[in-house]
Design a protein around this ligand. Structure first.
Ligand code: PLP
Length: 492
């Protein structure tokens, strides 16, 4: 089997080797059953549940059986703290191969001079990036001023001075309610505590990024780190412009492309929309639109690579070698031409979903999409995000509630529902199916009423779904799901 055979269609990869994968999973589950049957049962049930629901969570996908199987090996048993060729443990020659292959695929796929495959998750990748930027921009001059002493020779006063320098830097990222991620300086997250932070938002009228306002805020605040990237912004970003702004104010541009890495890998975002050539440091998860195992990656320009390479042990513990192996397999899949077709379909399907909502009278943040995300404002249905999310789940539609700009219901109840197309596109859904999905979602929301709490008004959490709605929507989605099976040919 060639690597291309793995992803020879835009539908779920793995059909080509389904019999072999079925045998492997059956054997694995039998083995697990002999030790802890409840875990085997929950694993089987998870597959059944995923097969039976309309998964529209924008940050989820279905990794191929090749990627999933790669994680279940003895590579998991090896400690390999350090970097390729320089480990704190003996016997890491095979992990060196694994990490080198993962990094090589990442460099080639994204055209990055340097790639670091160790981060265990997206948050870890961002912590490594923060560390690398601080170490490159702050710690080295700090140490130089202290006379470039060996760490063992630093006095308590030296350390105090260093801590003050490292701990008093500025970071500017997109606000959570405009679509940023909590690691981009949100107060409850460590990024909002370790840095003096300021956030940029979107234009209150259009919901779009306002680059002039962003530049003005950056000129005033002068951040050390300007963070680009988002979790819930349904539009493309001009990263060349962000780099211009960063250069003007002396900031390091760090882009977190966790959400849209698949669209970068699949060459849907190119030129100014591709963050990798513009950012000093780019971070990502590997499990969202990129369709790999749960994990993170850091890509860096040469001036930051030495510091990123020290992610372990400065920030991370021992690398998850089995997951790095699965990253390598997923990145190899993403380098196939069929992944580009998949990524284009993800974006086309999001447009179809957005148009399906708009033609049925729903309001979308920014009025549409040009990436993989659609953000629906559910206040026009008289609902909170929490009520809409629960009612949709009752009907077998899996989404997540999300803040919208200037959200009247706050970050817990919210006023939005975020939809994403990567997962169902992997199953083979196309434009017609996504239009039907919009119809089903609108059907559910139009048939959901918030529960009255008497004279005090309406509950933000409780709701009533009209009789028959869940059954009607379940039946309609079951037809589409059956026509686009998850892991076709895979039997347990
Ligand atoms: N960065 C962005 C933009 C994200 O959307 C997310 C997750 O949703 C993360 C980072 C964190 O990733 P993880 O859950 O792997 O830590």
């Amino acid at each position: 089997m060639t690597a291309d055979a793995v992803t020879s269609s835009t539908a779920a990869p793995g059909a080509d080797y389904a019999d072999t994968a079925s045998a492997a999973y059956r054997a694995a589950l039998q083995v697990i059953e002999t030790v802890e049957p409840r875990i085997a049962a929950a694993t089987r049930k998870e597959l059944a549940d995923q097969r039976d629901s309309l998964k529209l969570i924008a940050s989820e996908n279905y990794a191929s059986p090749a990627v999933l199987l790669t994680m279940g090996t003895w590579l998991s048993d090896k400690y390999a703290e350090g970097t390729i060729g320089h480990r704190f443990y003996a016997g890491c020659q095979n992990v060196d191969v694994v990490e080198s292959v993962a990094a090589e695929h990442a460099r080639e796929l994204f055209g990055a001079p340097y790639a670091y495959a160790q981060p265990h998750s997206g948050i870890d990748a961002n912590l490594v990036a923060f560390w690398a930027i601080l170490a490159t921009r702050v710690e080295a001059p700090g140490l130089a001023e202290l006379g470039a002493k060996h760490v063992n020779d630093l006095s308590e006063a030296d350390w105090e001075s260093l801590r003050n320098k490292l701990g008093n830097q500025r970071l500017m990222g997109m606000s959570l309610d405009a679509g940023g991620h909590l690691t981009h300086g949100f107060r409850p997250n460590i990024s909002g505590k370790m840095f003096h932070q300021r956030s940029y938002g979107t234009d209150p009228e259009t919901g779009l990024l306002d680059y002039d306002a962003l530049a003005a805020a950056a000129r005033e605040f002068k951040p050390l780190i300007l963070v680009g990237g988002y979790s819930a912004y349904p539009r493309r970003v001009d990263f060349a412009k962000l780099r211009e702004i960063a250069d003007e104010v002396g900031a390091t541009l760090m882009v977190d492309m966790a959400h849209f890495a698949g669209l970068v890998a699949g060459k849907v975002f190119t030129g100014d929309e591709d963050p990798v050539p513009h950012a000093h440091v780019t971070t990502t998860t590997t499990h969202k639109s990129l369709r790999g195992p749960r994990g993170g990656l850091v890509l860096a320009q040469p001036e930051y690579s030495d510091a990123v390479d020290k992610g372990c042990p400065m920030v991370l513990g021992g690398p998850l070698s089995h997951v790095m192996a699965a990253k390598a397999v997923a990145l190899a899949e993403a380098r196939q031409p069929s992944f580009q077709a998949y990524a284009q379909r993800v974006a086309d399907n999001a447009k179809s979903l957005a148009e399906g909502f708009l033609k049925r009278g729903a309001r979308l943040v920014t009025g549409g999409t040009d990436n993989h995300i659609v953000l629906l404002d559910v206040t026009s249905f008289g609902l909170t995000g929490r009520q809409a999310e629960s009612a949709l789940l009752d009907a077998g539609v899996v989404t997540n509630r999300n803040s919208i700009p200037a959200d009247p219901n706050g970050a817990w109840y919210t006023s939005g529902i975020r939809f994403g197309t990567p997962a169902l596109t992997t199953r083979g859904f196309g434009a017609a199916e996504f239009d039907r999905v919009a119809e089903l979602v609108v059907d559910v929301l139009q048939n959901t009423q918030p529960n009255s709490t008497g004279p005090t008004g309406f509950s933000k959490a409780k709701y009533t779904l009209a009789d028959g709605t869940a059954e009607r929507v379940h039946a309609a989605s079951a037809e589409m799901l059956a026509a686009n099976p998850l892991y076709p040919g895979l039997t347990l």
